[in-house]
Design a protein around this ligand. Sequence first.
Ligand SMILES: [Fe+2]
Ligand SMILES: [Fe+2]
Length: 366
Amino acid sequence: MAIEQAVDSERMESFFRRLEAKGMDALWRQRPGDRTGGAPFPPFRWRWSDIESFVQEATELVRPGPQAERRVVLLGNPHVPGNLGATHTLTAAVQTVLPGEIAPSHRHTAAAIRWVLRGKGTITMVDGEPCEMNPGDLVLTPGWCWHGHINQSDGPMVWMDSLDVPLVGALQAMLQEPYPDELNPATKPVGDSYARYGSGSMRPVWGSTSSPISPLLTFPWSQTERALHQLAKIDASPFDDVAFQFTNPLTGGHVLPTIGCWIQMLRPGVRTQAHRHMTSAVYQVFRGRGSTIIDGVQLDWEEGDFFALPPRAWHEHVNRSTEHEALLFSTNDLPVFEALNLYREEPYADRNGHQDVIGSYEERAG
Ligand SMILES: [Fe+2]
Ligand SMILES: [Fe+2]
């Protein structure tokens, strides 16, 4: 019996080698590294104090234009293959435009969002619509839209960019081209899409009734903040506390086919219950300080920080302040998972929905 097994094993190895030589393999073959669950890469955090100093230094090193199409500091997660994305599907970056500068227009198949952090008086031109940018505003630049930025104020402008570049790259669909002139011209008034679709519950009686891309391009902070406080009075999610998904006003679905955008308020002292899901996300701490416990590891954050949540990782959020709310903006790949029927979500069943904290991010990061 033992001899037979040895012969079989030898023959099997030979079979594998001959398959490989012809560009084939056996599906039953076990490989180290095959995974069935758990987060595929660890979380990562970028401190605002680091980002801010690099962004400042970048203003001394380059100007938008021929030297650098965009003055962008990319938050590349060293644990993600290729180190291009904050997660395997989404990039996160911080862009700055100084007074009088123009980031020249271009277009690309990758879609983008801008989440404004500092400054005012800058316009993002999106297919001829001048979109104003103020802190807390969300501005969309859907795929293949001409877009550029111009700072007409007397102060620097800083915002978060998040794009679907890793996903589009994996699909071999990344195309980009420059606009023939510096900035694509305005063909619509400022606030055009907001005037048409900004009410949230009405639309003009003419025009399209459906689109996979939100026709509303700007979501002003004043409206977002008011909505959070109104919802906080009546309801909240056990996993995300007071949380909104920004929506396409025509469909009620996501704003873009590949990027979901969320804003959430963790009320003072709130600790959410843990859950996990198929999607990944990159968070920007707009206000406040707290922690997110990811697979038992406590990752502390404070205003300005960014952190990446890997797919399938258990996570819960804590607002460490008992007086002030914490506000988290995030982008996620939920639209893709929903469209492909791949979305799954699971609550953490043990210990009333809370994980044991088994270490800190600082310890793990060394
Ligand atoms: Fe762009
Ligand atoms: Fe979650």
